[in-house]
Design a binder for this molecule. Structure first.
Ligand code: 2IP
Ligand code: CA
Ligand code: CA
Length: 350
């Protein structure tokens, strides 16, 4: 039987192929990932979490619980209840994509055995990150120094596994369904990246990027002026701006930026878990911004604690239980984390 890492890549690949369907896509993708992983690894059932609720408004305004049924025919019937009877073709195409067997044909991946037991981990899924850009569907957004400021490129599938006991991310898959158009066929070509950070094992489909002498940062367009100004002192050039929390984390893993700094509580466990595992596999990590600044002010000389994924925030409701409340800094090279924290040390309110 293929291992857990291979299964995470396969579900992300299947998800990537469903992203052509805008309505319903995220709910259905999350359910297909839950279904496929839970079928292959029964130990994971009840431990697969995601951003979406499986409830969906049907054509008459009632609610339907979207799930992957036993047969494609049953899934079509369920999807018709959501899409309406006139959408037969769409329901059939979706059901076909959901029930398809994905063959990866990735020999490097097939040879990896990270030694992660399904009974020890939980899963976080973001079926579509950067939804706004996904819906907007822009294809012609020019990259700035390799980073797409917006558009379809930033829509990603994120699937991560964390240690149930410690909350540390151990496996991560980032799938880019809209990486590029095939020049011959005009069809979208995707690609995926994976990482393992388990015990002393560090494996990744990417190589660690070379560090720039002065870190270049990538930021959300919503990042405030005080943080932007303070980061100027790093000397790494103007910040890159990009949509999508997952995409910005990916930019760091790819070495297009050296750090992603976010001062607001606008990301969640499902946004950061998978990229975080990949960054750890490359020797980096993701820390809580406020916590890291606090530790620095208190003169802590040890390592800054990283984000964890197993415990909800007490006293919060709904998605807020899983918010990365203290913002974050993502990095590959620890010297860049230190430089960012030093630059932000005196920003009022942080
Ligand atoms: C969003 C999405 C946004 C991001 C936000 C995430 O997830 O990645 O793009 O904001 O933090 O929660 P920004 O683009 O400003 O970084 P989703 O699209 O899944 O809701
Ligand atoms: Ca998201
Ligand atoms: Ca999402």
């Amino acid at each position: 039987m293929a291992g857990l890492l291979q299964a995470l890549v396969a579900v992300s690949q299947k998800a990537a192929e469903v992203e052509d369907f805008k309505t319903l896509a995220d709910v259905l993708i999350q359910e297909l990932i839950k279904h496929d992983l839970g079928t292959q690894f029964p130990e994971l059932r009840g431990h697969i979490h995601g951003e979406e609720s499986s409830e969906f408004r049907d054509a008459e305004g009632g609610t339907v619980t979207v799930r992957v049924c036993a047969t494609p025919g049953d899934t079509v019937a369920l999807l018709l209840a959501v899409l309406g009877p006139e959408q037969m073709r769409a329901a059939e195409l979706l059901a076909e994509a959901v029930h398809r067997e994905v063959t990866l044909g990735d020999t490097e991946l097939a040879s990896i055995n990270p030694g992660v037991s399904p009974e020890d981990v939980g899963i976080w899924i973001d079926p579509i990150d950067s939804t706004n850009e996904f819906i907007g569907g822009r294809e012609d957004v020019a990259a700035v120094d390799g980073v797409a400021p917006g558009g379809l490129r930033s829509a990603l599938v994120l699937v991560g596994a964390f240690d149930r006991r410690t909350g540390v991310p151990v496996l991560g898959v980032i799938n880019e369904p809209f990486f590029q158009r095939d020049p011959q066929t005009g069809r979208w070509q995707g690609r995926y990246h994976w990482g393992v950070a388990h015990g002393s094992t560090r494996l990744c489909s990417l190589s660690p990027p070379a560090p720039r002498p002065c870190p270049r940062v990538v930021l959300s367009r919503a990042e405030g002026p005080a943080v932007r100004r303070a980061l100027d002192s790093l000397g790494g050039g103007p910040p890159l701006l990009a949509a999508g929390a997952g995409y910005k984390l990916l930019c760091v893993a790819l070495g297009l930026a050296d750090a992603f700094v976010l001062s607001q509580a606008t990301t969640f466990a499902w946004d950061s878990c998978a990229p975080h595992a990949i960054l750890r596999a490359l020797g980096g990590g993701v820390v809580a911004l406020e916590g890291a600044l606090r530790a620095r002010r208190e003169g802590g000389s040890g390592e800054t604690p990283e984000l964890r994924y197993h415990r909800p925030q007490p006293g919060r409701e709904g998605a807020e239980r899983w918010a990365n409340r203290e913002g974050l800094v993502a990095f590959v090279h620890p010297q860049h984390l230190r430089a960012v924290l030093a630059a932000l040390g005196d920003v009022p309110g942080l």
